[in-house]
Design a protein around this ligand. Structure first.
Ligand code: SF4
Length: 240
């Protein structure tokens, strides 16, 4: 069934009767983007705790800046909760400076190390073995952990099926009219999860972030080089 008038595919409206054309169209764009940005899991070689630190460092910064701060930290400290919980705050700040927001991120890293030590005996595996919704609930109780960090933890640390929404994904969702302009985190997450089958979400998450950084950037998107230019419904897209 084709519904020509569906412009915004709000997750609440998402059902085969109303949105099948939209679902196919979004899936097609995602598949096209995956061919260009395959969504490689760069964090695969890291321990769960190292992955958690990298997610904190990655907030509001590029992957290069994340890796730089992470490598500095790894050179200076053994990256285990026991060590970072008792480290000197100033030293952590200096190490992660290249990743930006170091005054916020350094205390957050120490706080997470302490919580993991206190609540989980320093072993993240016990947390990651719980059902995903329980893991998410527990994470959201930790100060400074919001929806995004909890979902990144589930996806990156636990390798579970979740679809974290960052600024790039949020922007793409709105430009593609997957959700309305005023949609919040949970709506965007649900809308993408309705289209992306389990087993593919991690890759698509990473792929869309790369696409958002390289092509569909916030300022001056490179629409002329965009592999889904023809399908994009954003009124602000640029030909030149
Ligand atoms: S055409 Fe432009 S705005 Fe649309 S998805 Fe591509 S880069 Fe983004």
């Amino acid at each position: 069934m084709a519904i020509a008038s569906v412009h915004y595919l709000n997750w609440g409206e998402w059902c085969p009767q109303k949105g099948i054309m939209g679902v196919n169209s979004i899936s097609h764009r995602i598949d096209t983007i995956l061919k260009v940005f395959p969504g490689r899991r760069w964090y695969k070689a890291l321990t769960p705790f190292e992955r958690l630190i990298s997610t904190v460092l990655s907030q509001n910064t590029s992957r290069e800046a994340t890796i730089k701060g992470f490598e500095n930290l790894r050179k200076r400290f053994k990256l285990i909760p026991e060590v970072l919980a008792d480290a000197e705050l100033e030293e952590i700040k200096q190490c992660i400076k290249p990743s930006g927001l170091y005054n916020t991120k350094a205390p957050r890293i120490m706080e997470l190390a302490r919580i993991i030590l206190k609540e989980y005996g320093g072993d993240l595996n016990s947390l990651s073995r719980l059902p995903p919704e329980q893991t998410r609930e527990r994470l959201l109780k930790i100060p400074g952990v919001g929806f995004k960090t909890a979902d990144v933890f589930l996806s990156v640390v636990c390798e579970r099926e979740s679809f974290p929404v960052d600024t790039h994904i949020s922007r793409i969702a709105k430009r593609w009219k997957v959700v309305r302009e005023n949609a919040g985190y949970e709506q965007i997450r649900a809308a993408f999860e309705a289209v992306i089958p389990p087993g593919k979400r991690q890759r698509v998450h990473l792929s869309l972030i790369e696409f958002g950084r390289e092509i569909c950037s916030a300022r001056r998107p490179r629409c002329a080089n965009c592999p889904v230019y023809e399908e994009c419904e954003w009124e602000g897209k640029r030909q030149g």
